[in-house]
Design a protein around this ligand. Sequence first.
Ligand code: NAD
Ligand SMILES: O=C(O)C(=O)C[C@@H](O)[C@H](O)[C@H](O)COP(=O)(O)O
Ligand code: ZN
Length: 358
Amino acid sequence: MKKLKVSLPQQPYPIYLKKGLLEEIPNRFKEKYPSKRLALITDENVEKLYGRKLEEELKSNGFKTQLISIPPGEQSKSIRTLEEIYEKLLDFQITRGDILLTLGGGVVGDVGGMAAATYLRGIPLIHIPTSLLAQIDSSIGGKVAINLPRGKNLIGSFYHPQEVYIDPQLLTTLDKRYFRDGLAEIIKYGCIKDKELFHQLLAFPNEEQLFQNIEDIIYTCCKIKSHIVEKDEKDAEERMLLNFGHTLGHAIEKYFHYEKFTHGEAVALGMYNITKKSEEQCITQKGTAEGIKQLLKKYHLPHKMPKIDREDLIKTIGLDKKNRGQYINIVLLEKLGNGFIQKFSPEEIERMVFIEKD
Ligand SMILES: NC(=O)c1ccc[n+]([C@@H]2O[C@H](COP(=O)([O-])OP(=O)(O)OC[C@H]3O[C@@H](n4cnc5c(N)ncnc54)[C@H](O)[C@@H]3O)[C@@H](O)[C@H]2O)c1
Ligand SMILES: O=C(O)C(=O)C[C@@H](O)[C@H](O)[C@H](O)COP(=O)(O)O
Ligand SMILES: [Zn+2]
Protein backbone atom coordinates (compact mmCIF):
# COMPACT_ATOMS: atom_id res chain seq x y z
CA MET A 1 0.00 0.00 0.00
CA LYS A 2 1.29 3.45 -0.96
CA LYS A 3 0.20 6.37 1.22
CA LEU A 4 0.30 10.10 0.52
CA LYS A 5 -0.96 12.97 2.61
CA VAL A 6 -2.51 16.32 1.78
CA SER A 7 -1.04 18.32 4.69
CA LEU A 8 -3.50 21.17 5.04
CA PRO A 9 -3.17 22.92 8.42
CA GLN A 10 -6.88 22.69 9.31
CA GLN A 11 -7.58 19.30 7.81
CA PRO A 12 -4.70 17.06 6.73
CA TYR A 13 -5.96 13.90 5.04
CA PRO A 14 -4.48 10.61 3.80
CA ILE A 15 -4.61 9.18 0.29
CA TYR A 16 -4.33 5.37 0.20
CA LEU A 17 -3.24 3.73 -3.07
CA LYS A 18 -3.28 -0.03 -3.59
CA LYS A 19 -4.54 -2.53 -6.15
CA GLY A 20 -7.47 -4.44 -4.61
CA LEU A 21 -8.09 -1.77 -1.94
CA LEU A 22 -11.85 -1.64 -2.58
CA GLU A 23 -12.35 -5.11 -1.10
CA GLU A 24 -10.61 -4.06 2.11
CA ILE A 25 -12.83 -1.04 2.72
CA PRO A 26 -15.71 -2.75 4.65
CA ASN A 27 -13.31 -4.24 7.22
CA ARG A 28 -11.29 -1.03 7.45
CA PHE A 29 -14.46 0.97 8.06
CA LYS A 30 -15.66 -1.54 10.65
CA GLU A 31 -12.55 -0.75 12.69
CA LYS A 32 -12.48 2.98 11.99
CA TYR A 33 -16.13 4.03 11.86
CA PRO A 34 -18.09 1.32 13.71
CA SER A 35 -21.24 3.29 14.53
CA LYS A 36 -21.49 5.53 11.48
CA ARG A 37 -24.32 5.48 8.98
CA LEU A 38 -23.12 5.69 5.39
CA ALA A 39 -24.67 7.35 2.34
CA LEU A 40 -22.99 5.90 -0.76
CA ILE A 41 -23.27 8.11 -3.86
CA THR A 42 -22.43 6.51 -7.18
CA ASP A 43 -23.63 6.45 -10.78
CA GLU A 44 -25.65 3.78 -12.57
CA ASN A 45 -22.63 2.26 -14.33
CA VAL A 46 -20.42 2.04 -11.25
CA GLU A 47 -23.37 0.90 -9.14
CA LYS A 48 -23.69 -2.25 -11.27
CA LEU A 49 -19.94 -2.91 -11.34
CA TYR A 50 -18.97 -2.11 -7.75
CA GLY A 51 -21.64 -0.15 -5.85
CA ARG A 52 -24.14 -2.84 -5.01
CA LYS A 53 -21.42 -5.27 -3.87
CA LEU A 54 -19.78 -2.61 -1.69
CA GLU A 55 -23.14 -1.72 -0.13
CA GLU A 56 -23.88 -5.39 0.66
CA GLU A 57 -20.49 -5.86 2.26
CA LEU A 58 -20.85 -2.69 4.32
CA LYS A 59 -24.26 -3.91 5.49
CA SER A 60 -22.88 -7.33 6.41
CA ASN A 61 -20.29 -5.46 8.48
CA GLY A 62 -23.10 -3.89 10.46
CA PHE A 63 -23.41 -0.53 8.69
CA LYS A 64 -26.72 1.17 8.01
CA THR A 65 -26.23 2.34 4.43
CA GLN A 66 -28.17 4.18 1.73
CA LEU A 67 -27.04 3.78 -1.86
CA ILE A 68 -27.85 6.83 -4.03
CA SER A 69 -27.28 6.30 -7.76
CA ILE A 70 -27.30 9.10 -10.33
CA PRO A 71 -27.31 8.92 -14.15
CA PRO A 72 -23.74 8.70 -15.48
CA GLY A 73 -22.15 11.66 -17.28
CA GLU A 74 -21.65 15.41 -17.14
CA GLN A 75 -25.37 16.22 -17.26
CA SER A 76 -25.59 14.99 -13.66
CA LYS A 77 -23.46 17.92 -12.49
CA SER A 78 -26.69 19.91 -12.19
CA ILE A 79 -28.87 21.61 -9.62
CA ARG A 80 -31.60 19.06 -10.37
CA THR A 81 -29.37 16.08 -9.55
CA LEU A 82 -28.09 17.83 -6.45
CA GLU A 83 -31.65 18.37 -5.26
CA GLU A 84 -32.46 14.70 -5.85
CA ILE A 85 -29.45 13.76 -3.71
CA TYR A 86 -30.59 16.15 -0.95
CA GLU A 87 -34.03 14.52 -0.88
CA LYS A 88 -32.50 11.05 -0.52
CA LEU A 89 -30.15 12.22 2.23
CA LEU A 90 -33.21 13.65 3.99
CA ASP A 91 -35.12 10.36 3.62
CA PHE A 92 -32.07 8.56 5.06
CA GLN A 93 -31.95 11.08 7.90
CA ILE A 94 -28.18 11.35 7.60
CA THR A 95 -26.54 13.46 10.34
CA ARG A 96 -23.31 15.40 10.63
CA GLY A 97 -22.00 12.44 12.65
CA ASP A 98 -22.30 10.10 9.63
CA ILE A 99 -20.29 9.78 6.39
CA LEU A 100 -21.04 10.54 2.75
CA LEU A 101 -19.05 8.20 0.49
CA THR A 102 -18.57 8.88 -3.23
CA LEU A 103 -17.82 5.87 -5.44
CA GLY A 104 -17.35 7.02 -9.04
CA GLY A 105 -15.58 9.27 -11.48
CA GLY A 106 -15.13 13.02 -11.36
CA VAL A 107 -18.83 13.72 -11.92
CA VAL A 108 -19.87 11.63 -8.90
CA GLY A 109 -17.06 13.13 -6.85
CA ASP A 110 -17.98 16.70 -7.82
CA VAL A 111 -21.76 16.54 -7.35
CA GLY A 112 -21.52 14.12 -4.41
CA GLY A 113 -18.87 16.31 -2.83
CA MET A 114 -21.12 19.33 -3.39
CA ALA A 115 -23.91 17.53 -1.52
CA ALA A 116 -21.51 16.69 1.34
CA ALA A 117 -20.33 20.30 1.49
CA THR A 118 -23.80 21.81 1.68
CA TYR A 119 -26.29 19.34 3.19
CA LEU A 120 -26.66 20.26 6.90
CA ARG A 121 -23.82 22.71 6.12
CA GLY A 122 -21.38 19.81 5.83
CA ILE A 123 -21.27 16.02 6.18
CA PRO A 124 -17.91 14.17 6.53
CA LEU A 125 -16.82 13.02 3.06
CA ILE A 126 -14.75 10.09 1.79
CA HIS A 127 -13.85 9.68 -1.91
CA ILE A 128 -13.40 6.29 -3.60
CA PRO A 129 -12.46 7.41 -7.14
CA THR A 130 -13.12 4.84 -9.86
CA SER A 131 -12.00 6.59 -13.07
CA LEU A 132 -8.40 7.47 -13.96
CA LEU A 133 -9.26 11.16 -13.98
CA ALA A 134 -10.79 10.94 -10.50
CA GLN A 135 -7.83 8.92 -9.18
CA ILE A 136 -5.20 11.39 -10.39
CA ASP A 137 -7.11 14.65 -10.06
CA SER A 138 -10.71 15.20 -8.88
CA SER A 139 -10.62 13.16 -5.65
CA ILE A 140 -7.83 15.35 -4.29
CA GLY A 141 -7.79 19.05 -3.47
CA GLY A 142 -11.35 19.63 -2.32
CA LYS A 143 -12.87 21.28 -5.42
CA VAL A 144 -16.54 20.26 -5.63
CA ALA A 145 -18.97 21.75 -8.16
CA ILE A 146 -21.94 21.62 -10.47
CA ASN A 147 -22.39 23.31 -13.84
CA LEU A 148 -24.79 25.98 -15.04
CA PRO A 149 -25.88 26.10 -18.68
CA ARG A 150 -23.86 29.31 -19.02
CA GLY A 151 -20.67 28.01 -17.45
CA LYS A 152 -18.70 25.10 -16.09
CA ASN A 153 -18.35 24.57 -12.31
CA LEU A 154 -19.89 27.97 -11.63
CA ILE A 155 -21.47 26.67 -8.42
CA GLY A 156 -19.09 24.99 -6.01
CA SER A 157 -16.92 25.04 -2.94
CA PHE A 158 -13.61 23.90 -1.49
CA TYR A 159 -14.59 20.90 0.63
CA HIS A 160 -11.96 18.29 1.38
CA PRO A 161 -12.51 14.60 2.03
CA GLN A 162 -11.46 12.96 5.31
CA GLU A 163 -9.79 10.20 3.31
CA VAL A 164 -9.25 9.07 -0.29
CA TYR A 165 -9.08 5.37 -1.28
CA ILE A 166 -7.54 4.73 -4.71
CA ASP A 167 -7.76 1.23 -6.21
CA PRO A 168 -6.16 1.10 -9.71
CA GLN A 169 -7.76 -2.34 -10.18
CA LEU A 170 -11.05 -0.52 -10.83
CA LEU A 171 -9.58 0.96 -14.02
CA THR A 172 -9.71 -2.42 -15.76
CA THR A 173 -13.42 -1.86 -16.47
CA LEU A 174 -13.07 1.78 -17.54
CA ASP A 175 -14.00 2.56 -21.14
CA LYS A 176 -10.98 3.60 -23.27
CA ARG A 177 -12.49 7.02 -23.98
CA TYR A 178 -12.62 7.80 -20.29
CA PHE A 179 -9.20 6.30 -19.61
CA ARG A 180 -7.92 8.84 -22.11
CA ASP A 181 -9.88 11.55 -20.29
CA GLY A 182 -7.60 10.91 -17.36
CA LEU A 183 -4.53 10.86 -19.63
CA ALA A 184 -5.32 14.44 -20.65
CA GLU A 185 -5.00 15.60 -17.03
CA ILE A 186 -1.80 13.53 -16.63
CA ILE A 187 -0.37 15.26 -19.72
CA LYS A 188 -1.37 18.53 -18.03
CA TYR A 189 0.84 17.71 -15.01
CA GLY A 190 3.69 16.96 -17.39
CA CYS A 191 3.21 20.29 -19.15
CA ILE A 192 3.02 22.51 -16.06
CA LYS A 193 5.41 20.77 -13.66
CA ASP A 194 7.06 17.53 -14.74
CA LYS A 195 8.70 17.22 -18.14
CA GLU A 196 10.09 13.79 -17.18
CA LEU A 197 6.50 12.59 -16.80
CA PHE A 198 5.70 14.09 -20.21
CA HIS A 199 8.64 12.29 -21.85
CA GLN A 200 7.78 9.07 -20.01
CA LEU A 201 4.28 9.18 -21.55
CA LEU A 202 5.85 9.75 -24.96
CA ALA A 203 8.21 6.80 -24.48
CA PHE A 204 5.55 4.13 -23.81
CA PRO A 205 5.07 2.10 -27.01
CA ASN A 206 1.32 1.86 -26.40
CA GLU A 207 -1.50 2.30 -23.84
CA GLU A 208 -1.07 -1.28 -22.60
CA GLN A 209 2.51 -0.57 -21.57
CA LEU A 210 1.40 2.67 -19.96
CA PHE A 211 -1.25 0.75 -18.02
CA GLN A 212 1.45 -1.59 -16.68
CA ASN A 213 2.91 1.48 -14.96
CA ILE A 214 -0.34 3.15 -13.97
CA GLU A 215 0.13 2.83 -10.20
CA ASP A 216 3.41 4.76 -10.30
CA ILE A 217 1.87 7.35 -12.63
CA ILE A 218 -1.10 7.80 -10.29
CA TYR A 219 1.28 8.24 -7.36
CA THR A 220 3.32 10.86 -9.24
CA CYS A 221 0.20 12.83 -10.19
CA CYS A 222 -1.28 12.70 -6.68
CA LYS A 223 2.04 13.93 -5.30
CA ILE A 224 2.17 16.87 -7.72
CA LYS A 225 -1.42 17.88 -7.01
CA SER A 226 -1.15 17.47 -3.22
CA HIS A 227 2.00 19.61 -3.18
CA ILE A 228 0.33 22.42 -5.14
CA VAL A 229 -2.86 22.32 -3.04
CA GLU A 230 -0.82 22.47 0.18
CA LYS A 231 0.86 25.63 -1.09
CA ASP A 232 -2.29 27.35 -2.37
CA GLU A 233 -5.52 25.68 -1.26
CA LYS A 234 -7.94 28.26 -2.64
CA ASP A 235 -6.61 28.98 -6.14
CA ALA A 236 -5.01 32.33 -5.30
CA GLU A 237 -1.99 31.79 -7.56
CA GLU A 238 0.06 28.57 -7.82
CA ARG A 239 -2.99 26.32 -7.83
CA MET A 240 -4.21 28.06 -11.00
CA LEU A 241 -1.48 26.05 -12.76
CA LEU A 242 -3.74 22.99 -12.39
CA ASN A 243 -6.12 24.87 -14.68
CA PHE A 244 -3.79 24.75 -17.70
CA GLY A 245 -5.92 24.23 -20.82
CA HIS A 246 -9.10 24.75 -18.83
CA THR A 247 -9.95 28.35 -19.77
CA LEU A 248 -10.51 27.27 -23.39
CA GLY A 249 -11.47 23.75 -22.30
CA HIS A 250 -14.38 24.77 -20.08
CA ALA A 251 -15.61 27.22 -22.72
CA ILE A 252 -15.60 24.39 -25.29
CA GLU A 253 -17.50 22.06 -22.94
CA LYS A 254 -20.11 24.71 -22.28
CA TYR A 255 -20.44 25.75 -25.93
CA PHE A 256 -21.33 22.17 -26.87
CA HIS A 257 -23.72 21.85 -23.90
CA TYR A 258 -21.39 19.44 -22.03
CA GLU A 259 -22.18 16.78 -24.65
CA LYS A 260 -19.80 16.69 -27.61
CA PHE A 261 -16.49 16.66 -25.72
CA THR A 262 -15.57 15.00 -22.45
CA HIS A 263 -13.71 17.14 -19.94
CA GLY A 264 -10.39 15.55 -20.81
CA GLU A 265 -10.94 16.02 -24.54
CA ALA A 266 -11.82 19.70 -24.03
CA VAL A 267 -8.75 20.21 -21.82
CA ALA A 268 -6.59 18.55 -24.49
CA LEU A 269 -7.93 21.04 -27.05
CA GLY A 270 -7.33 23.88 -24.61
CA MET A 271 -3.74 22.87 -23.78
CA TYR A 272 -2.64 22.56 -27.40
CA ASN A 273 -4.42 25.60 -28.81
CA ILE A 274 -3.44 28.06 -26.07
CA THR A 275 0.17 26.86 -26.36
CA LYS A 276 0.08 27.22 -30.15
CA LYS A 277 -1.04 30.81 -29.64
CA SER A 278 1.48 31.63 -26.93
CA GLU A 279 4.26 30.17 -29.08
CA GLU A 280 3.21 32.37 -32.00
CA GLN A 281 3.49 35.32 -29.63
CA CYS A 282 6.98 34.19 -28.54
CA ILE A 283 5.82 33.65 -24.98
CA THR A 284 6.42 29.89 -25.13
CA GLN A 285 9.56 28.08 -26.30
CA LYS A 286 9.35 27.06 -29.94
CA GLY A 287 8.34 23.45 -30.50
CA THR A 288 6.36 23.11 -27.28
CA ALA A 289 2.97 23.08 -29.01
CA GLU A 290 4.15 20.47 -31.51
CA GLY A 291 5.31 18.26 -28.65
CA ILE A 292 1.91 18.51 -26.98
CA LYS A 293 0.20 17.73 -30.30
CA GLN A 294 2.32 14.58 -30.77
CA LEU A 295 1.49 13.32 -27.29
CA LEU A 296 -2.23 14.05 -27.67
CA LYS A 297 -2.29 12.23 -31.01
CA LYS A 298 -0.44 9.27 -29.49
CA TYR A 299 -3.26 8.79 -26.98
CA HIS A 300 -6.08 9.57 -29.37
CA LEU A 301 -6.94 12.92 -27.78
CA PRO A 302 -8.13 15.79 -30.02
CA HIS A 303 -6.02 18.84 -30.86
CA LYS A 304 -7.92 20.52 -33.71
CA MET A 305 -10.08 23.38 -32.42
CA PRO A 306 -13.74 22.86 -33.33
CA LYS A 307 -15.65 25.68 -35.00
CA ILE A 308 -16.88 27.98 -32.24
CA ASP A 309 -18.65 31.32 -32.24
CA ARG A 310 -15.96 33.77 -31.16
CA GLU A 311 -18.31 36.09 -29.26
CA ASP A 312 -19.68 33.18 -27.26
CA LEU A 313 -16.15 31.99 -26.52
CA ILE A 314 -15.00 35.42 -25.33
CA LYS A 315 -18.13 35.83 -23.22
CA THR A 316 -17.65 32.46 -21.50
CA ILE A 317 -13.96 33.16 -20.89
CA GLY A 318 -15.08 36.35 -19.20
CA LEU A 319 -16.82 34.18 -16.57
CA ASP A 320 -13.75 32.08 -15.75
CA LYS A 321 -13.09 31.75 -12.01
CA LYS A 322 -9.39 32.62 -12.43
CA ASN A 323 -10.39 36.13 -13.51
CA ARG A 324 -9.72 38.95 -11.07
CA GLY A 325 -11.57 42.23 -11.73
CA GLN A 326 -11.30 43.09 -15.43
CA TYR A 327 -8.19 40.93 -15.87
CA ILE A 328 -8.23 37.40 -17.21
CA ASN A 329 -5.62 35.02 -15.82
CA ILE A 330 -4.53 32.35 -18.28
CA VAL A 331 -2.08 29.52 -17.60
CA LEU A 332 0.67 29.40 -20.21
CA LEU A 333 3.92 27.47 -20.59
CA GLU A 334 7.31 29.16 -20.66
CA LYS A 335 8.53 25.75 -21.82
CA LEU A 336 7.62 22.11 -21.21
CA GLY A 337 7.40 21.42 -17.48
CA ASN A 338 7.17 25.07 -16.61
CA GLY A 339 3.73 26.65 -16.36
CA PHE A 340 3.00 30.19 -15.23
CA ILE A 341 0.02 32.53 -14.93
CA GLN A 342 -0.24 35.47 -17.34
CA LYS A 343 -2.70 38.31 -16.83
CA PHE A 344 -4.57 39.63 -19.90
CA SER A 345 -6.83 42.62 -20.40
CA PRO A 346 -10.11 41.91 -22.21
CA GLU A 347 -8.65 43.48 -25.39
CA GLU A 348 -5.50 41.35 -25.21
CA ILE A 349 -7.48 38.16 -24.70
CA GLU A 350 -9.09 38.52 -28.13
CA ARG A 351 -5.69 37.93 -29.74
CA MET A 352 -5.08 34.90 -27.56
CA VAL A 353 -8.24 33.05 -28.42
CA PHE A 354 -8.57 33.77 -32.12
CA ILE A 355 -7.79 30.32 -33.38
CA GLU A 356 -7.08 29.83 -37.06
CA LYS A 357 -7.85 26.46 -38.59
CA ASP A 358 -4.94 24.05 -38.09
N1 NAD B 1 -12.92 18.51 -8.61
C1 NAD B 1 -11.81 18.47 -9.32
O1 NAD B 1 -10.70 18.83 -8.86
C2 NAD B 1 -11.87 17.95 -10.72
C3 NAD B 1 -10.68 17.66 -11.39
C4 NAD B 1 -10.76 17.19 -12.71
C5 NAD B 1 -11.99 16.96 -13.31
N2 NAD B 1 -13.12 17.22 -12.59
C6 NAD B 1 -14.44 16.92 -13.19
O2 NAD B 1 -14.53 15.52 -13.37
C7 NAD B 1 -15.46 15.25 -14.44
C8 NAD B 1 -14.86 14.21 -15.37
O3 NAD B 1 -14.64 13.03 -14.60
P1 NAD B 1 -14.53 11.58 -15.31
O4 NAD B 1 -13.65 11.68 -16.49
O5 NAD B 1 -14.23 10.62 -14.25
O6 NAD B 1 -16.01 11.40 -15.88
P2 NAD B 1 -17.27 10.61 -15.28
O7 NAD B 1 -17.39 10.76 -13.81
O8 NAD B 1 -18.41 11.01 -16.13
O9 NAD B 1 -16.92 9.06 -15.58
C9 NAD B 1 -16.76 8.71 -16.93
C10 NAD B 1 -17.61 7.47 -17.30
O10 NAD B 1 -16.93 6.31 -16.80
C11 NAD B 1 -17.82 5.54 -16.00
N3 NAD B 1 -16.97 4.93 -14.97
C12 NAD B 1 -16.36 5.54 -13.92
N4 NAD B 1 -15.56 4.65 -13.27
C13 NAD B 1 -15.66 3.46 -13.95
C14 NAD B 1 -15.07 2.19 -13.80
N5 NAD B 1 -14.18 1.93 -12.83
N6 NAD B 1 -15.41 1.21 -14.69
C15 NAD B 1 -16.30 1.46 -15.68
N7 NAD B 1 -16.89 2.65 -15.89
C16 NAD B 1 -16.56 3.64 -15.03
C17 NAD B 1 -18.86 6.49 -15.50
O11 NAD B 1 -20.06 5.79 -15.20
C18 NAD B 1 -19.01 7.42 -16.70
O12 NAD B 1 -19.89 6.84 -17.65
C19 NAD B 1 -15.74 16.59 -15.11
O13 NAD B 1 -16.99 17.08 -14.68
C20 NAD B 1 -14.64 17.49 -14.57
O14 NAD B 1 -15.05 18.85 -14.53
C21 NAD B 1 -13.10 17.70 -11.32
O1 LIG C 1 -7.86 21.19 -8.69
C1 LIG C 1 -7.72 22.19 -9.41
O2 LIG C 1 -7.41 23.33 -8.99
C2 LIG C 1 -7.94 22.08 -10.87
O3 LIG C 1 -7.95 23.08 -11.60
C3 LIG C 1 -8.14 20.70 -11.41
C4 LIG C 1 -8.86 20.68 -12.77
O4 LIG C 1 -8.36 19.55 -13.50
C5 LIG C 1 -10.36 20.47 -12.63
O5 LIG C 1 -10.96 20.33 -13.89
C6 LIG C 1 -11.09 21.53 -11.79
O6 LIG C 1 -12.40 21.12 -11.53
C7 LIG C 1 -11.19 22.85 -12.55
O7 LIG C 1 -11.37 23.83 -11.59
P1 LIG C 1 -12.23 25.15 -11.84
O8 LIG C 1 -11.85 25.98 -10.64
O9 LIG C 1 -11.78 25.73 -13.15
O10 LIG C 1 -13.67 24.76 -11.87
ZN1 ZN D 1 -9.69 19.30 -15.27
